[in-house]
Design a protein around this ligand. Structure first.
Ligand code: R5P
Length: 292
């Protein structure tokens, strides 16, 4: 039986304190339901409003990518430094401890390998299974201008509809086909289309003129790292992207293919979350790399 409130302490309704009703801190995300915003808050640190996502889903179309031959050996040490893990369900279930507290961004599209037409993807994860894995978002590749453009857009919009039912945000990834120019005009076109069609987060590449891309995209943008660069250059790219309006990075090869992946992800965190300069972050990288 429920107990009655026999407390002798006088009730205090704090009637002089107005109830706070603050806007959600992420751009374009104020209209979502609580569950969706809570998942976004697990990806984007509420203090900085930014994220360091560690991307290691490359195997879904290119097999054992350099640095990912043994995820259990090479990625596990990086996990404590990432806000979110971007990966496939196969790797999550087989190699990631369920005790991790990072948010999970689940790769949910796929189909063709590097041997075939990459834009011919389909939805690869059911939303019910995404819920079972307690993901914070699902990710889908969208090939604007690609051979299967409409199909890949449809993959995203179906995931958005299903995600809205359960409060799961969709990360739309702008995939650049081999025949498409990766410039500000193309990236602005692709990112805006993904946001207009319901992506809660957009992932794209950093290009000269990125401030225009970020300004025209009504939802948070995270940048992919792309091919491995010298560490200082990768940190410069992250610094520029954040200064120009990115809400974080979703970086893979520039971290796990680094000479010192732990030092590199720490340095990336300094840029993204601590407003460190490239000089400071690179100095941190060097110090950590040389630490025995
Ligand atoms: C690419 O399609 C994969 O989804 C990767 O997650 C993405 O490219 C980010 O990784 P990277 O920083 O290595 O480009």
């Amino acid at each position: 039986m429920a107990e009655q409130d026999f407390s002798k302490k006088e009730k205090n309704y704090h009637a002089d304190i107005p109830q706070k009703s603050e806007a959600f801190y992420l751009k374009g995300s104020n209209g979502y339901d609580w569950g969706m915003r809570n998942r976004l808050a697990r990806i984007f640190n509420p203090k900085s409003g930014k994220t360091v996502m560690l991307a290691f889903d490359h195997g879904y179309f290119q097999g054992p990518t350099t640095g990912l031959e043994r995820v259990d050996v090479t990625i596990r040490p990086l996990i404590p430094y990432a806000d979110a893990l971007m990966l496939t369900r196969g790797v999550l279930r087989s190699m990631i401890e369920p005790s991790v507290t990072n948010s999970v961004v689940m790769r949910a599209s796929g189909g063709p390998s590097i041997l075939k037409e990459l834009s011919n993807e389909q939805i690869a994860v059911d939303m019910e299974d995404a819920l079972r894995m307690n993901v914070s978002a699902v990710a889908v590749q969208v090939f604007i201008g690609g051979e299967y453009e409409t199909q890949s857009v449809h993959n995203m919009t179906r995931l958005v509809d299903r995600g809205m039912r359960y409060g799961i945000p969709v990360l739309g990834v702008t995939a650049v086909g081999k025949d498409l120019v990766r410039d500000v005009r193309y990236i602005s076109l692709a990112t805006r289309i993904l946001a207009e069609l319901g992506a809660a987060i957009v992932k794209t590449y950093h290009v000269p003129g990125f401030e225009q891309v970020a300004a025209a995209c009504p939802v948070p943008i995270v940048i992919a790292g792309g091919k491995k660069l010298p560490e200082r250059e990768a940190l410069q790219m992250a610094r520029d992207a954040i200064n120009q309006g990115a809400s974080g990075v979703d970086m893979g090869r520039n971290i796990f293919q680094s000479d010192s992946p732990v030092a590199m992800i720490g340095a990336v965190r300094k840029v993204v979350h601590d407003s460190s300069s490239v000089k400071e972050a690179y100095q941190y990288y060097e110090e950590m790399k040389n630490r025995k």
